[in-house]
Design a protein around this ligand. Sequence first.
Ligand code: NAD
Ligand code: LMR
Length: 332
Amino acid sequence: MDPIRVLVTGAAGQIAYSLLYSVAKGDVFGPNQPLSLHLLDIAPMMGVLEGVVMELNDCAFPLLREIIPTADEKVAFSDIDAAFLVGAMPRREGMERKDLLAANVKIFKSQGKALDQYAKKDVKVLVVGNPANTNAFICSKYAPSIPKENFSAMTRLDQNRATSQIANLLKVNVSDVANVIIWGNHSSTQYPDVSHAIVSINGTVTGVPDAVKDDGYLQGEFITTVQKRGAAVIAARKLSSAMSAAKAACDHMRDWFAGVSEGRFVSMGVISDGSYGTPKDVIYSFPVTIGPNKKWNIVQGLQVNDFSQEKMKITGDELLQEKEEALSVCQD
Ligand code: NAD
Ligand code: LMR
């Protein structure tokens, strides 16, 4: 089998340190798929990146056929099949993710152009660097030769956080909880929604709201806990989440490449077609199904009540505002 070419940007950073281990081990593209890893970081980080390359070599991963560390976008983006765009400034305590917009959005303009010029046209792009949804929008805008469906932003960490909160509450395994939805932006306006989620308790499958029996919690503390979890990790660690972010990035890309099973859906920030009254042409997180052909489809026909509609609008409005700001930064 030919190696798949996988780019990780921010390769000398925190998230990449966990992410590279899982990707090189075969957790994402499968246990039989050889890999060529393209590692991009900025020039001052090349020394650190050299150390990461040493460690990757020392792991002696059987699937890892080639490692290309570079500060050159042309080298990094050439012929890639998949891109984890992680490299960007993380927020510090007291900042909102959108405070990073001006600093980070230009990185994604430049990388969008590099994708357009050098990557395979069917490349699958996952943006992790914040503000992830808007960065993904900008990246896609500057890569017009690549289908918009090939760009996504990560809300899988939020989905995993929400799933874990519910599993802990109901004292079940995380694998017994499915179909938790994250709507909208990967920010404190996101709407974690369990109205369509299911849980298996002692072999019987029920809706999560029926199992929890506490709408006050599900419409209150549950939502704010997930919305503020990134900030809580920063407050505790003095660094933004890394291990859990890397795990979520792996989950996202694995499901994109391998598909998700019948009746299950996952949340991804994808280009909005206006489904459920959301704003069109922003990268909005929706529940999606993914077939074996690496194509996602927004789940249709879910009942959305007034409470949900209102929450979905708040986060959609924020995305419209971020998009406007990002476009003005990119014109400079
Ligand atoms: P980090 O500071 O440890 O690493 C970032 C790396 O990116 C650094 O090595 C830096 O040199 C590099 N970098 C900066 N500009 C670059 C460029 N133009 N090209 C390539 N590399 C570049 O940060 P981290 O903790 O790994 O976080 C990275 C990003 O991921 C942050 O923006 C953070 O907010 C975001 N994040 C997103 C999620 C999510 O759920 N979407 C979760 C956690 C973190
Ligand atoms: C997270 O959700 O942990 C990341 O987006 C980092 C942050 O700034 O919250």
